[in-house]
Design a protein around this ligand. Structure first.
Ligand code: IVH
Length: 699
């Protein structure tokens, strides 16, 4: 190893300090003192230096913020202190009740002051510092176990990679806060997504949550994420803070951004006023908030009050009512989805509802339109509730002028003119034309989307164009596209075209059977059912040959699902399409089943759930292993689960399993059973399961 000369070390250190300082001025204080170009120049200098002297590499270097680490999965870790949720209040009365409960338990709460903050609408994250350096970032997860998202949080511009300030915290500090995307940044980012033909996000919260859980940190690095601290897991002994306020001000000094408008209130009346003023001010805040949080300020009192099973007794969220606005219902458009269902959508005169422009809102089905009594031309009340999806609340009947028109649900498909029909017991109307262009387009969009094969960079907009030009009529056509075919499109350079072809190739080669089954869009076959089927059948041909009674013998597959699967494969067109995919090489095979190892194994046909932290494998490796032995993986604990494998720190799922009297294995027992069954390791075995199993035998 070469020794880095002292002057180079000093240079790197100075550059890092400078960059961190200017980043802090820009991203935390919002008060830069140099231009963007000057900042970029400093950054590049440091990058060059680190490239020249790789020994300088350091996790706390600001160059880490561009990302780089790409993981194959997110690992789970237990929180050292549980991350609680908050109880909700909706009125001044609820707030008084909260205080009365606290006083009943601790009479001194009658004299409490309150630390007030906006309730930020993002994703809770815990940042762990050791000797002042950021060492880990975890999502909240189920409160007990979170996912390791350190690689992504390192790229968040206002997260200190190293704590500023004096000698405090030689040990460990766990800072909790919310990751959000500011509304302005969100609009810019979403516009860019759209321009690139990528998926649009419904709201900043979804975008933030999706970004934090990315495996590739360069993706997170390109998303405008910000972290706002709202507390710590536990006050370190040496800190001496007595109040929430003192703790928050200390965090600010260490370099964290705090929620804007946080303040101390001397009484509950003041807290109520704060709630009212914030409900007016919310649209002016840089990011979405859905209420305020009221926290008893005294840390000693917080400790005495403690927690219920779900939430602290010393804090409460006061939620805002949904934001409403009035606007005109210009029309009702009927859209045809991939399953042929006709969905009425309200076309609205664009109106800002709490900072988001709303111009469309789903009306779900004909019944809903009738139940709401909507007429085209009505003035209507629209709202965005907690989950930010806009909805039409009701027509303002008192504002009618007589020119409003009754909405008549079409009896023919608006896309192809075929007749529509309704199945008994269903509210939805469907287009009867299996080749309806809208159904075809939406099916192909689904096929390529995240819930299908997840073909990178081939989003809705590109597929719409490909279908509209007649270049893609069925799934298999996608894989016949050439770079030349794509070059005719607007905004399509040679690089993008090459990338798209490469993405198609990658999707074709790496598709798993469950993913392909989801992508095909067989009715009632979602992720869980696809996994169950893939655990039983080696490939699509085997599944296509299965009789309904064989299907219903599988866990969770009822007659309706079995019939849908049969109907899909009984169609000549579908069979031809499946054959075409096979011909093109899109043909995932589950080799363990072909070898017949699973059908008779101890896990064959069993439903298994894993909970807690495993030490021998990651969660997904263990799942792959169990699936390879014929098990179906359950998502939640219920009586239908056969085996619960509980790792360390297993929480509520284990408790529930005990309550239900299910069979519970610890990790070792699970491992012993695996050792006892001999599964021939085939060369093509799914990689994860193979690695996991090899490790088992080498332990
Ligand atoms: S304090 C033990 N303060 O709200 C107290 N939470 O509904 C824990 N949140 O999971 C939370 N803004 O993600 C706190 N100023 C704030 C917050 C806040 C948003 C989120 C947080 C929590 C959720 C609970």
């Amino acid at each position: 190893m070469t020794l880095v000369p002292e002057d180079v070390r000093t240079k790197a250190k100075t550059l890092r300090a400078e960059i961190e300082y200017h980043g802090y001025r820009y991203y935390v204080l919002d008060d830069p003192v140099i231009s963007d170009a000057e900042y970029d120049a400093l950054f590049r200098k440091l990058q060059d230096l680190e490239e020249e002297w790789p020994e300088l590499k350091d996790e706390t270097s600001p160059t880490m913020r561009v990302g780089g680490a790409v993981l194959s999965e997110l690992r789970s870790y237990p929180h050292s202190e549980r991350m609680y949720s908050l109880d909700n209040a909706f009125s001044a009365g609820d707030l008084q009740d909260f205080l009365s409960r606290a006083i009943r338990q601790e009479p001194s709460a009658a004299y409490a002051s309150f630390w007030l903050e906006p309730k930020m609408d993002g994703l809770a994250v815990e940042l762990i510092y050791e000797r002042k350096k950021l060492v880990m970032a975890l999502t909240r997860g189920d409160g007990e176990i979170g996912e390791d998202v350190t690689h992504n949080l390192r790229t968040v511009r206002n997260v200190p990679l190293e704590l500023k300030g004096d000698e405090l915290f030689a040990g460990r500090l766990e800072v909790r806060g919310e990751v959000v995307i500011k509304r302005k940044d969100f609009e810019k980012f979403n516009a860019l997504q759209g321009a690139r033909g990528n998926k649009l996000f419904a709201n900043p919260r979804n975008a933030a949550a999706g970004s934090v859980r990315q495996l590739d940190s360069t993706i997170a690095a390109r998303r405008p994420l910000r972290f706002y601290a709202y507390g710590i897991a536990r006050a370190p002994q040496e800190c001496g803070w007595k109040t929430q306020q003192a703790c928050m001000l200390a965090l600010e000094k260490m370099g964290f951004s705090l929620a804007p408008d946080a303040k101390l209130a001397a009484s509950m009346d003041e807290a109520v006023q704060y709630y009212e003023s914030m409900s007016i001010k919310r649209a002016e805040l840089p990011f979405d908030i859905d209420g305020v949080v009221v926290k008893i300020d005294d840390l000693g009192l917080q400790e005495k009050l403690g927690y219920t099973a779900r939430a602290p007794r010393w804090a409460i969220a006061v939620k805002f009512p949904a934001i409403q606005a009035r606007t005109r219902l210009l029309g009702i458009e009927v859209q045809v989805g991939r399953t042929g269902v006709l969905t009425p959508v309200a076309i609205l005169e664009p109106v800002s509802v709490g900072g988001v422009t709303v111009s469309r809102a789903t009306l779900h089905n004909e019944e809903e339109v009738r139940a709401k009594g909507l007429k085209v031309g009505d003035l209507v009340l629209v709202q965005r509730a907690g989950d930010v999806i806009p909805e039409v609340v009701r027509p303002l009947v008192e504002e009618r002028n007589g020119r409003e028109e009754e909405f008549v649900f079409p009896d023919h498909c608006p896309a192809c003119g075929s007749r529509v029909y309704r199945e008994p017991g269903e509210v939805a109307w469907r287009c009867e034309n299996k080749l309806c262009p809208a159904v075809v387009r939406e099916s192909i969009i689904h096929f390529a989307s995240k819930s299908g094969l997840d073909i990178q960079g081939i989003g809705k907009r590109w597929i719409e164009q490909l279908v509209d030009k007649g270049m893609v009529r069925r799934f298999s056509d996608l894989f016949r596209l050439t770079e030349l075919d794509l070059r005719g499109f607007e905004r399509m350079g040679p690089k993008l075209a090459a990338n798209m072809i490469e993405a198609l190739r990658a999707a074709r080669e790496t598709a798993t059977l469950p993913k392909l089954l989801c992508a095909l869009g067989i009715r009632h076959v979602g992720e869980q059912t696809a996994r169950t089927l893939a655990a039983r059948y080696a490939d699509i041909d085997e599944l296509a040959a299965a009789a309904p009674e064989e299907l219903t013998a599988l866990p969770d597959i009822g007659p309706e699902v079995a019939a849908a699967i049969r109907a899909f494969f009984d169609s000549d067109a579908n069979r031809a399409e499946v054959a075409a995919l096979k011909e093109l090489g899109l043909w995932p095979v589950q080799p363990h089943i072909k070898n017949n190892a699973a059908v008779s194994g101890p896990f064959a046909g069993k439903r298994i759930i894993f909970t807690g932290t495993l030490t021998k494998w990651s969660r997904s490796e263990a799942e792959a292993l169990a699936e390879r032995l014929g098990a179906a993986i359950a998502k939640s604990v219920s009586r239908k689960v056969d085996i619960v494998v509980a790792g360390e720190n297993a929480g509520s799922k284990l408790a529930k399993a005990k309550e239900l009297g299910l069979t519970i294995f610890d990790e070792n027992a699970f491992a012993d059973i695996l050792k006892a069954v001999s599964v021939q390791d085939t060369a093509e075995g799914t990689e994860k399961a193979r690695d996991a199993q090899l490790r088992l035998f080498s332990d």
